[in-house]
Design a binder for this molecule. Structure first.
Ligand code: BTN
Length: 254
């Protein structure tokens, strides 16, 4: 394992979004692995146009510049590798029963503890750069509405108050490890992702995707990281984007 990730960490007190700062650096030719960490974000953002609650000193708000040599159509593997890294850090370093919900929400007993947002610039069919943004709830006791009861933090799960940068120190080598594997052997990342997800296989889910809602049983991931959902009529759909709601962790629709 090398340690390119985090050999340069730019730390800020308050920014709009660490993804914005990292994007500007990427556009000025910053190297792969350069990290941006802020103690607070005033416009932290999540997937699908949502905001990300980013209160001062209570979360890890981290963005990493990536320059992956992959086709844009293969970029989902980056998000999956990041989800594996965070889930492993929570499980192995903090004994938290972290569970990945497709594609990259990290949950603990149904509450979200981490979200991941990858924003990429595409040049032709390849990625010019990707910004891997990770938000981990570290020391929150309460969350503002509408998040309220649907989120949790390391403090709430373990009673331990750690510093966001201490979580980053353990996370960065794992991220580099899984990102390196993702670039050469994506099947290994997918296999590990499936091990760390209780809902990626044989679980009844509802998926909301571009205004369309389907219900079915999960049948694992494709090699490109799409979620396979089997409908009641046996048809298999490959979901590439959307929100998954877990309805039951046992298989087969009635
Ligand atoms: C989600 O689950 O919707 C993704 C949340 C991603 C939040 C992180 S915090 C660091 C980086 N900066 C942002 O504005 N968003 C990501």
């Amino acid at each position: 394992m090398t340690n390119t990730f985090g050999s340069t960490i730019l730390r800020f007190e308050s920014v709009s979004s660490t993804n914005d700062v990292a994007r500007d650096l990427a556009l000025s030719s910053a190297d792969e692995g350069v990290c941006v960490i802020a103690r607070e974000q005033t416009s932290g953002r999540g997937r699908q146009g949502r905001s990300w609650s980013s209160t001062l000193g209570e979360g890890l708000y981290l963005s990493i510049i990536l320059r992956p040599r992959v086709e844009a159509s293969e970029s989902a593997i980056i998000t999956l590798a990041a989800a594996v890294s965070v889930a492993e850090a929570l499980r192995l370093d903090f004994h938290i029963r972290a569970d990945i919900k497709w594609p990259n929400d990290i949950m603990v007993a149904g509450r979200k503890i981490c979200g991941i947002l990858v924003e990429a610039a595409i040049e032709g069919t390849r990625l010019q750069y990707a910004i891997l943004g990770i938000g981990v709830n570290i020391a929150q006791r309460l969350f503002p509405e509408p998040i309220g009861e649907s989120a949790t933090s390391i403090l709430l799960e373990t009673g331990r108050r750690i510093k966001p940068e201490d979580f980053a120190d353990g996370l960065l080598p794992r991220l580099e490890h899984w990102y390196t594997i993702a670039m050469s052997d994506s099947a290994q990342v997918i296999a590990r992702w499936e091990e760390l997800s209780s809902s990626g296989r044989d679980c009844i889910v509802r998926v909301d995707s571009s205004g369309d809602a389907i219900e079915g049983v999960t049948r694992g991931l494709t090699t490109a990281g799409a979620l396979i959902v089997e409908l009641a009529n046996g048809e298999r759909r490959e979901i590439v984007a959307g929100d998954v709601r877990v309805r039951s962790v046992t298989a087969d629709l009635a």
